[in-house]
Design a protein around this ligand. Sequence first.
Ligand code: NAP
Length: 254
Amino acid sequence: MKSKKIVIMGATSGIGLAVAERLAAKGYRIGAAGRNEEALRRLAAKYPGMVVWHQIDVTRTECVTGLRKLIDKLGGMDVYFHVSGVYYPNPALDHTLDAATVRTNVWGFTQMVDAAFCYFRDEHRGRGRIAAVTSVAGTKGIGPMASYSASKRFQNTYLTALDQLARSQGLKIRVTDIRPGWVSTPLLEAGQKYPMLMPLDYAARKVTRAVRRGGRVAYVDWRWRLLVGLWRLVPDPIWVRINPAGFVPTEEPR
Ligand SMILES: NC(=O)c1ccc[n+]([C@@H]2O[C@H](COP(=O)([O-])OP(=O)(O)OC[C@H]3O[C@@H](n4cnc5c(N)ncnc54)[C@H](OP(=O)(O)O)[C@@H]3O)[C@@H](O)[C@H]2O)c1
């Protein structure tokens, strides 16, 4: 399905920005959002006539009316693409970091995908598509990133539930869950080594393809899909004895 109007939540940096640029170049009309107003202005200036924007913080209750304003600016929405997210490695279990993770990746995510679903159900003839960047981290609980991996599992489960809800209600709202491994973006700590790290441009190309194709679940990339397949085979009593240092940086950043 080649949709013309796509809202991208988290279009100011990293994967969301790179995908926004790719889609704008392919002729999609973009409704860009995030908190960084300067980045939103820059994106709109780079693609005149293709990008409208609205500043939205997904952790605030006003984000729902903010999405509505953005849809109006865009003249409708065919695809809602949720990319916004935070990652704080937290082996010390600092509760302020966990609170920030839950606020953005759980509560912010829920507010926004619910609002998108309701828009498609009530104002778009029961049709539309929700795509979201979750993560391979949702496959299993990962010790040094407990709240992050659990928040991504929440997102995976939520998207499956929305897919079932839409079908059971006879709605044509399709749901795409995009699960990347490590991607080189400002989300990651500078000075750390990340295994199987993908360049942003490479990952953004794969994510863009997944958004356009609209399958149910897409892993980025095939090596991560393979690794996740292996992780799944490991029973939890064995999983909890594995030292995660092989796939999560555990050194102090330089
Ligand atoms: N990089 C990786 O290795 C990797 C791997 C798997 C999955 N992911 C997922 O990919 C997504 C994008 O991450 P990235 O790597 O591209 O990181 P990034 O460059 O730090 O981008 C994060 C995006 O999320 C937005 N965001 C954060 N808090 C927000 C809030 N309260 N309200 C609205 N937007 C908010 C940011 O916009 P503002 O700051 O302007 O608000 C920014 O556009 C995240 O969901 C992340 O979990 C990343």
